[in-house]
Design a protein around this ligand. Structure first.
Ligand SMILES: Nc1ncnc2c1ncn2[C@@H]1O[C@H](COP(=O)(O)OP(=O)(O)OP(=O)(O)O)[C@@H](O)[C@H]1O
Length: 340
């Protein structure tokens, strides 16, 4: 975009700016996580416009995953765009992507670690991510296809800790139109067209069919479902936390829950209670399978041996389920907030 030329206010520009305006924190530095793709570029441009008007300082962080040829050039070009938009400071962080949990998840883990590190260094109040309503709808469909429960189907939160997603109510077609209207040159990630990824097939093949067959509002409907499930899941989490406070007992080198209390709960609460106790006591995130296995010590007791999940040993003893740290802890499940 010619920096001296102001884009005219089109409906797409107005919509994206409005969404960003509503999500800006009151003060402090905010950082836009910029890939150079249409979603985060529209987010960056709208933030560059809105932040100074709200008295907020806005910069950008570009993560170079180093996975594709020319990734450093892509990152440098995105950084240059951010500077031209008026964002400051603009930082590029190069990360080393591991292999744990598959390539997409490893890249995501490295990206969030880099974003959190920069936010910490700069004492930023928030990191803005460019996820859109389409991303949310895709997440719900992917979760349905996997048979996920409410925790996954609630999709991404608009706000969780450091991370804000101002565009969760905006269609991707809007962010693309924003970039066209603003004459911003977008980077098209080749991975977004790689049909080897299930998410790409959902985006290009599944959602369009659903929209054609069930009506154009299907993406919005899926996102609404996510929002409703989030409310339900929040309520259950709240009850589980209250119960943990009532029932959990500190025992030698660990924590225990009474079998009787666990057995009296419906599965959704029992599983949350187990997950919550392990998360708060050992800072470990249990996977669904691990949670169900522990739950069977209550519901299907036939004298099983103790269970070892990485970091925690779990056994049924004297009318209690006892959790002990084993000192080899690692995050086993995934944080649903950062699964995207
Ligand atoms: N390399 C990166 N550097 C910084 N932030 C990133 C990077 N990749 C992704 N993000 C952030 O995470 C969000 C979601 O990433 P994802 O790869 O799902 O992007 P997307 O939906 O294709 O969006 P975009 O059009 O912004 O690339 C992006 O909108 C952006 O805010």
């Amino acid at each position: 975009m010619d920096p001296d030329r102001r884009p005219r206010l089109t409906p797409a520009i107005a919509d994206v700016r409005r969404a960003v305006r509503a999500a800006l924190p009151a003060d402090g530095l905010i950082l836009v996580a910029l890939s150079g793709g249409p979603d985060s570029l529209a987010l960056a441009a709208a933030t560059a416009f809105e932040a100074p008007r709200a008295g907020v300082k806005a910069g950008a962080v570009i993560v170079d995953h180093g996975l594709q040829q020319g990734s450093a050039d892509v990152a440098a070009a995105a950084a240059q765009q951010a500077r031209l938009l008026g964002l400051a400071p603009v930082l590029v962080r190069t990360v080393t992507v591991g292999t744990g949990g598959g390539p997409e998840s490893a890249a995501r883990d490295a990206r969030y670690a880099a974003l959190a590190a920069v936010a910490d260094e700069l004492d930023a109040a928030a990191v803005l991510l460019g996820h859109t309503l389409d991303d949310q709808a895709e997440t719900v469909l992917l979760g349905l296809a996997r048979g996920s429960g409410a925790t996954s189907l609630q999709g991404m939160p608009a706000e969780a800790g450091l991370y804000h997603r101002p565009l969760l109510g905006i269609r991707r077609s809007m962010t693309e139109q924003f970039c066209v209207d603003s004459e911003l040159e977008v980077w098209n990630d080749p991975q977004n067209d790689d049909e080897a990824f299930t998410r790409v097939r959902v985006r290009h093949a599944v959602l369009p069919v659903l929209e054609a067959e069930l009506g154009p509002g299907i993406a919005e409907a899926l996102a609404r479902t996510a929002g409703q499930l989030r409310e339900d899941a929040d309520a259950l989490d709240h009850f589980a936390e209250e119960m943990a406070e009532d029932f959990a007992e500190i025992v030698e080198a660990g924590i225990a829950l009474p079998v009787k209390a666990l057995a009296a709960q419906p599965p959704a609460l029992r599983q949350r209670l187990i997950r919550f106790v392990v998360a708060s006591e050992f800072h470990l995130s249990l996977s669904r399978a691990q949670t169900l296995e522990i739950s069977r010590l209550v519901t299907d007791w036939h004298g099983q041996k103790s269970l070892d999940v990485p970091g925690v040993k779990v056994e049924r003893r004297g009318g209690r389920i006892v959790f002990h740290a084993t000192g080899v802890g690692e995050l086993t499940g995934h944080d649903p907030i950062l699964e995207h």
